[in-house]
Design a protein around this ligand. Sequence first.
Ligand code: C2E
Ligand code: CA
Ligand code: CA
Length: 579
Amino acid sequence: MAEHNWKITGVMESDPVQLSDTINAWQQSYLNALPFPAASIVFRNKKPVVLFCNAAFSEVASARKQPNLSASEEDNTVHLHPELVAALEYMPPSLRKPYQFDWMPPGREKRCVYQIKVTAMENPIIGETCYLMLPIDCTATAELHTTLRTKILRDSLTGLPNRIGFSRLLDDVIAMDDGNSPVAVIAIDLIRFSRINESMGSLVGDELLVSVARRLTSALRPGDRLGRIGGDQFGILLTLNHGTSDVWHTARRIKALMSTPFNLANLKVKVNCAIGFSLMDDRIEVSEDLLRDAQIALKHAKESDHVEVYNVGEASALRKRFSLETDLRRAIDNGDLHLAYQPIISPYSKRVVGFEALARWDHAELGPISPAEFIPVAEESGLIIPLGRWALEKSIYTQQDWDKQAGFALPIRVAVNVSALQLMRDNLTEVINSLSRQVGLNGERLTLELTESALMRYPEQSISVINTMHELGIKISMDDFGTGYSSLSYLKTFPIDHLKIDRSFIANLAEDKTAVAITRAIISMASTLSIKTVVEGIETAEQDKIIMDLGCDYAQGFYFSRPLPADEAIAYYLAANKN
Ligand code: C2E
Ligand code: CA
Ligand code: CA
């Protein structure tokens, strides 16, 4: 490094400081040997000037060219870069701890970042406060931060913002929302993507994603932003210049672009996509709201095969459902559910032959919640499995209680509802066997009600479960017949004991001759197959008469009795069967 005999020149030309008085050439070479930039600064007329510094410092922090200096002065004068001069002027007058700020020297070929640290030091030689100024090169750290940020916010495959990056974009838009620049979020799902990925390999899958990203980019207008928000999902942030018609236009453009097959591994592959979108409005507080709404619409789009827009109110229904799920879980754990028992009677003798056990939930704050509301939540969340086991166990205990009250084993069968999920996922045979061992279940006292649609959906499992149940003396009822496939020929396939004709059929028996004809056909077909019929939902004496005329075996409905608490149910039984 070249040796200098430094002369310090302040920013004010009129007030130069002679460095040669304070530092000699040897000291200067010592300073220059330091592997980092360093300088001592003093203030002259409130302007910072370099008292002395090393060559590394002048390399970093000096103004490259100073105007108004003679050639001889320029040789050995270090002028602080004007940006640094300005920054130092903001320095508090009495420095107790190091003052620091970041500085990016302008005009460099490569972007550099320095952290400038300034520490106050009393200088006894010149009798005033000097400042040690150390520019620390943070370029590598800053680059690392930038790379990390890019990695966190970008999808490495397509180079698009990933879900986090896309959410950030939305957050920025929401933060700036002044109500005058409406935006929409479009969510796009590639319908057969997982099949392509599985059958052609993930490399081909990746290629497809990149091609889709390219096509979608070409559908954008300036200012619209595309992101990859999930494995096979893309999101577009749209500014609406002409209201929602902008979204419909974009959706149409995307559908048109995607209709051309993709060339993948020498094959032409057609990829369909589902499109759903949501619109920014006052409810939206965070980006996740807008994205979630778009994805709810997307879910509908997958079912309907149309572009769907998010329907306000669905989110609150979802939230309600979610909190219902949490509460239901707790209710099952705490034993807050109970069973109501609805009599099943012989319509001719009006004697009770059994009961259907129906779950009841009295929510501490919301009051009674209908099974029509909580059973679907239980099914979607998987809670139907513990709920179903509980219902089986509880109905057995109730029967044991009834027997105790009567002093003998009552000839009552209780019908317990079993959902399709229980049939599929829970090992029903194992559950029933363990109930036999642990609580003394007697198969002769139990009927399982399986809906027509559950049986039809899983025919093999159903038939095998039915056969095992029969070995234990348990009877099987096909519930809600008439609401699903309702194929009479299918009845032969399932070795069921009872057929429950759905309430919807019964409701218009009195007015509708076709309903009567169909019910008659069902009853006669069932009887040919030795299947007993149960008619649900009898509400009037007239309906009761019609079903007796039709020759139905058993009946159930509010006309006879509503579902009753266990003690009222046994009282009803004893009264109806006393002779
Ligand atoms: P479901 O199995 O068809 O049960 C009969 C439903 O019809 C019961 O409704 C009952 O209260 C109602 N009902 C009975 N007679 C009449 C009538 O004359 N008129 C009218 N309008 N309704 C009548 P609930 O108790 O609200 O149960 C609804 C559904 O919830 C049940 O329909 C069943 O599918 C399900 N469910 C109830 N408890 C359980 C359970 O423990 N497990 C499972 N998996 N599902 C259950
Ligand atoms: Ca039922
Ligand atoms: Ca039913």
